[in-house]
Design a protein around this ligand. Structure first.
Ligand code: UDP
Ligand code: MG
Length: 317
């Protein structure tokens, strides 16, 4: 029996990209010796993305869409795609043409060699913004120093996973998904490919600075509790400093200079106030994560689809 590959594309406000991407994908997929399906996940787009997706069956019979009930975010949309895809291998990519479909045969070659995960590390073209490349490097640096799950710089959500990896991923129900970290954490036989990231074809990046920071914090707190230990370390350090400071205070008091210490007193109070808030904030972040997780809400909700197996499920709801 011919094996099947699924391609999953989370799309949020990508009306200008859908048709071009689908055409390029079909061109590549028609040449590989497998059956295929492409599942576009419309992540609550506000433009005509869904309308474009509904027209795709005119291009090829194997193009499908899932419509989520609202915007759940890139990672959750990706999870929706992974949960729905039923291929023997699943390839995920962005819907903005930054991930060249022409690399798919390379993934499949490695898959045939026996790798369970073929992931990619992007290298930016010159035109990529300074902010994006610097912030991305900084993010992977901080993440790797804080977490035991080490990610290569520039790991993107452009990868192939084998069915057995997908099955494990589907069985996980975590809030605050950081899929590239999860995949690394899962293990299996992994192979990394470096590639030059193309420029966005149409529209603009959905990750502004605020979203990038949120994503970075999510990635770090999902994979490491080390920031919580920071509190203990800081506490110990400043207790030691205070211990050294006390003899100095006593000495000044003895010399009758006590009032002149006003400035240093204020400085210390402000500094320790800040430290306490920082540490409380870190603890609060993890507490918030526990709270969200305890509610056991789904990562996404599907509103409609043109995939038979999904609509069957929806009628059961
Ligand atoms: N995306 C999504 N939901 C969102 C934000 C983004 O499904 O809330 C999709 C988006 O359509 C794209 C992919 O996630 O296919 C990556 O987003 P983007 O290209 O904006 O990120 P960048 O490449 O700038 O990191
Ligand atoms: Mg992009």
């Amino acid at each position: 029996m011919r094996r099947k590959i699924s391609v999953v594309v989370p799309s949020y406000n990508e009306e200008g990209n859908i048709k071009v991407l689908a055409t390029r994908l079909v061109e590549v997929l028609k040449k590989v010796p497998y059956d295929y399906e492409v599942i576009f996940v419309d992540d609550g787009s506000k433009d005509d993305t869904l309308g474009q997706l509904k027209l795709l069956s005119g291009i090829d019979d194997n193009l499908y869409y899932l419509e989520l009930s609202r915007n759940f975010g890139h990672q959750n949309a990706l999870k929706a795609g992974y949960d729905t895809a039923n291929g023997d291998a699943i390839i995920s990519m962005d819907g903005d043409m930054q991930h060249p479909p022409e690399m798919i045969p390379q993934f499949l070659e490695k898959w045939e060699e026996g790798y369970d995960v073929v992931y990619t590390c992007r290298e930016y073209q010159d035109e990529a913004t300074f902010l994006k490349t610097r912030s991305s490097d900084l993010f992977y640096g901080v993440l790797n120093s804080l977490s035991d799950t080490k990610l290569e710089k520039g790991t993107a959500d452009f990868r192939l996973i084998d069915r057995k990896v997908a099955n494990v991923l589907t069985s996980l129900h975590e809030d605050g998904l950081f899929i590239r970290g999860l995949i690394k954490w899962l293990g299996f036989k992994q192979y990394g490919i470096h590639y030059i990231c193309d420029a966005r074809f149409s529209g603009q990046s959905k990750y502004n600075l605020k979203k990038m920071i949120r994503f970075a914090v999510q990635g770090i707190t999902a994979f490491s509790v080390r920031p919580l230990y920071l509190a203990t370390g800081l506490g110990l350090f400043f207790s030691a400093v205070a211990l050294l400071y006390i003899p100095y205070i006593l000495y000044s008091y003895y010399l009758g200079h006590a009032v002149s210490g006003w400035a240093s007193l204020l400085a210390t109070v402000v500094f320790f106030g800040g430290m306490q808030l920082l540490v409380l904030g870190i603890i609060g972040m993890y507490l918030g994560k526990l709270f969200m997780q305890s509610k056991q809400r789904p990562n996404y909700i599907i509103r409609s689809s043109n995939l038979q197996r999904v609509t069957n499920d929806l009628t059961k709801l």
